[in-house]
Design a binder for this molecule. Structure first.
Ligand code: FES
Length: 566
């Protein structure tokens, strides 16, 4: 019996009162001695009526349980907190680390032999992977799948890329109030997560690349019956994964993270992964510097033609062969010998995958772009780096010099962005600060700064925008994010004033404010930090311990204490 079986059996076999009560209370729930002798498989349940993307998770958990029973395990469902993107204020990211703590501690405290992680909506996936990595108990991540695409007035809609696009049209006066209300009824027509290559789709894809999900998990649409059959297969597999003692620390190696980063670049994935992957890796003592993202991006072609970088939706990716077909294409650039939750290598797992629709998944020989979707910038405005999704930016703005129009925080932006008096031109650079991990707090998705109304009315749809915030993976535009260090702790972004010249050069990977070191030093001497937004409770804990974006915005006390043994 491998060590991991001993986790639950320690308590089941205990001859003292602790063992007696543990067995008695399990029997009170209807389980018998045969059940109690099996490996205990937890199902970390994030179902919530305040999280639409997880609304079908009870059915999914029931299917996982069938699989666990079939394979000789004892499945038990337990709740953790759930983060629904549109129901949590000010941002779900403020609570990602809390969900990670909840997941880690409940896996450990409940002495599970293995765990199936159920999640979908943006922050839930990285949070569960962070928690499972720290608990280091065999785990498989099962996502809930993407929503079906929507239809409205002859258009195929993808959330939330079209939520943003059509809101801009409404603000520009090109959509009536009636049409906007009608859109609300059509936008999300099934269970599941956003069906473009947003953060949820990205993190589900990266979980496959990391070897933490069964092949094919990411793209099966949420209402498709194949997802229920996948859930049963996950239930059977986790028992085997426990038998083989395939802990996250055996799968989540530096090579596996390189595979995930290359996959991120090839799918045109969300910039949020540039925060989440270092956070997951940090739980295992593995460093993922931003320069590694840039190096791998430069040598990984963009293969997947999905919105917001491209044309299609997750349903199309599913029909095209899903993430296994993408990984099969990418194999020459991947570490194919990385182990996965199935006990097979990544290369073995995707060997039989085939690309069925070449317009959705391109080949290495004929990619959509020679480089990956994300670039890392450096300069006097971002000494520790900044991120841009070049695949979703306007090509003519990738080299740009313009006047700064500065908003000191999100409240200031909301108060002035639609004002007819705002002094702004299409070639200006919008700057938002105090929206980072400490300043937000929680690094909200405010980075895709709303376009000024008067420019929208004039037909302008994109301009260069900068901030220390994040942006939704479903958003597009020439948007520089995660500027590090952030303004609230005194990063150079705090020193920019209206009218300063900003220079962005994505091909050269630079972002600078045209000010001398002496002028920056003068301004820094006069700078005072903004008042913290929390004085007690979880918010205070968060502000006091959150790391910067380049380190994954995890809590300093949650990272591994030492690097993994080689
Ligand atoms: Fe949940 Fe978009 S709102 S993934």
């Amino acid at each position: 019996m491998p060590d991991s079986f001993a986790r639950s059996s320690r308590g089941q076999r205990d001859a003292r009162q602790w063992g007696l009560t543990r067995r008695a209370w399990a029997k009170a729930s209807g389980f018998d001695d045969i059940d109690l002798s099996k490996p205990l498989i937890g199902i970390a349940q994030t179902w919530s009526e305040l999280n639409h993307c997880h609304i079908h998770f009870r059915e999914l958990a029931a299917a996982v349980k069938r699989g666990v029973w079939q394979a000789g395990g004892w499945p038990v469902e337990f709740p953790t907190i759930s983060l629904g993107e549109f129901h949590v204020n000010p941002t779900t990211m403020l609570y990602r680390n809390l969900l990670a703590l909840d997941t880690e501690e409940m896996i450990r405290a409940q002495e599970l032999d293995g765990v199936v992680l159920l999640s979908s909506c943006d922050k839930n996936i990285p949070a569960q992977l962070m928690g499972a990595a720290s608990a280091d108990v065999p785990a498989i991540l099962l996502t809930g799948g993407p929503m079906l695409t929507s239809r409205w007035r002859g258009q195929t809609l993808g959330a939330c890329t079209d939520c943003r696009r059509l809101t801009e049209e409404f603000r520009a006066g090109r959509l009536s109030a009636e049409e906007y209300a009608e859109l609300e009824d059509a936008l999300a027509r099934s269970p599941g997560h956003c069906m473009v290559m947003g953060t949820a789709s990205t993190m589900a894809a990266l979980s496959e690349a990391l070897g933490m999900s069964l092949p094919g998990t990411a793209a099966i649409p949420a209402p498709d019956s194949r997802r229920l059959r996948l859930a049963e297969a996950v239930g059977r597999q986790i028992v085997e994964t426990v038998r083989q003692d395939l802990k996250p620390s055996r799968l989540l190696t530096p090579a596996a993270f390189e595979n995930a980063i290359r996959t991120l670049m090839a799918i045109g994935g969300s910039t949020n992964a540039v925060v989440h992957l270092p956070a997951i890796a940090g739980r295992l003592g593995i460093g993922l510097p931003l320069d590694l993202f840039d190096r791998l991006s430069r040598s990984t072609p963009l293969l997947v033609n999905l919105r917001p970088s491209g044309q299609f939706h997750m349903e199309d990716l599913f029909e095209a062969g899903g993430i296994p077909a993408v990984l099969r294409e990418l194999l020459p650039l991947l570490h194919g010998d990385c182990l996965t939750v199935t006990g097979r290598t990544l290369a073995e797992s995707v060997r039989s995958a085939r690309v069925e629709r070449r317009e959705v998944i391109r080949s290495l020989e004929a990619p959509l772009a020679a480089e990956g979707g994300i670039a890392i910038l450096r300069g006097n405005l971002c000494p520790r780096g900044a991120v841009i999704k070049q695949s979703a930016a306007s090509p003519h703005l990738l080299r740009h010099r313009g006047r700064a129009v500065v908003f000191c925080d999100q409240d200031d932006l909301e108060a002035r962005i639609d004002s007819p008096e705002l002094d702004v031109r299409p070639d200006d650079v919008l700057v938002l600060r105090n929206a980072g991990p400490v300043g937000g707090p929680g690094m909200p998705e405010w980075g895709s700064i709303a376009m000024p109304k008067k420019l929208l009315e004039a037909g302008v749809r994109d301009m260069v925008r900068l901030s220390d915030a994040r942006m939704s993976g479903t958003a597009a535009g020439t948007v520089v994010l995660h500027i590090c260090p952030e303004a609230a702790i005194g990063g150079p972004l705090a020193l920019v004033r209206d009218g300063d010249l900003i220079e962005l050069d994505v091909p050269a990977r630079t972002l600078n404010v045209c000010l001398s070191d002496e002028e920056l030093a003068r301004r820094r001497a006069a700078w005072r930090p903004p008042a913290p937004k929390f004085a007690r409770g979880y918010g205070k804990l968060y502000i006091d311990h959150v790391l910067q974006a380049d380190e994954g915005a995890d809590f300093d006390f949650c990272r591994a204490l030492r690097p993994p043994a080689s």
